[in-house]
Write a protein that binds this ligand. Structure first.
Ligand code: C5P
Length: 217
């Protein structure tokens, strides 16, 4: 009998984009299908973990054996994560969280005025969910993601230091967006550990196996 690598572990993930309300019919969002986060949730469940997936709006079905909490904006995602982070052993932040929310959302649909001025939007900076979880005393072990367009290693290692997390998983945004395949690089204190280009599900299983081997007991 081979025990599953995350048996008895509680894993909390974020996935998908966030959707920041402008008015009842309009939002500001990020380009993210949620596929990588959902694949990781599935792989963690396969590895025997108790998995909670806090997800922004996506078209994806909830993986078997995963508890999904549906959220919209970064503020909702932040609240849902902070309410659960204390009980988690591992937090994997995959969501493409909008850096800015709308400070002045309208309760009614904004109307186009013929010949009139377009509306003005004011922004507020959203909380950095990963950095806040990483700063919790006795919080979970944290794995972040970094989608970059260039200088992957420098940006990922800088992000690892800035957010105070042991692991950042990097990928090139142009490779990973709207695709089935991905090429991940794991960055930790020892350096870079590249994984092969493969489907997001196979990459997720490899990453979960690597994490299970490094997760503190
Ligand atoms: O957006 P950024 O490149 O800083 O994202 C890096 C990591 O931080 C990702 O894992 C992302 O899910 C997480 N993050 C977060 N809250 C934010 C911004 C990013 O949890 N407000």
């Amino acid at each position: 009998f081979q025990p599953k690598s995350l048996a008895g572990r509680r894993v909390l993930l974020t996935a998908g984009p966030t959707s920041e309300t402008i008015d009842p019919v309009r939002v500001l969002t990020n380009r993210s299908s949620g596929r990588m986060g959902y694949a990781l949730a599935r792989a963690a469940a396969e590895a025997g973990a108790h998995v909670t997936l806090v997800s922004g709006p996506t078209a994806l079905p909830c993986p078997d054996g995963v508890e999904r909490i549906a959220v919209r904006g970064a503020a909702d995602m932040h609240a849902a994560v902070m309410a659960r982070a204390g009980k988690a052993d591992l937090f994997i932040a995959v969501a493409a969280v909008a850096d800015w929310g709308i400070a002045n959302p309208s309760d009614v649909k904004l109307k186009k005025q013929p010949g009139g001025q377009p509306p003005r939007l004011d922004f507020v900076q959203n909380p950095d969910i990963l950095a806040e979880v990483a700063a919790l005393p006795d919080g979970p072990w944290c794995v972040g993601f970094a989608a970059e367009t260039d200088h992957l290693a420098e940006h990922a290692q800088a992000k690892r230091a800035r957010k105070g997390v042991p692991v950042i998983v990097g990928n090139l945004a142009q490779d990973a967006m709207d695709t089935e395949d991905t090429e991940l690089v794991i960055f930790d204190e020892a350096g870079a550990h590249p994984l092969a280009r493969q489907s997001k599900l196979l990459a997720a299983r490899q990453l979960i196996a690597w994490i299970a081997g490094h997760l503190p007991r």
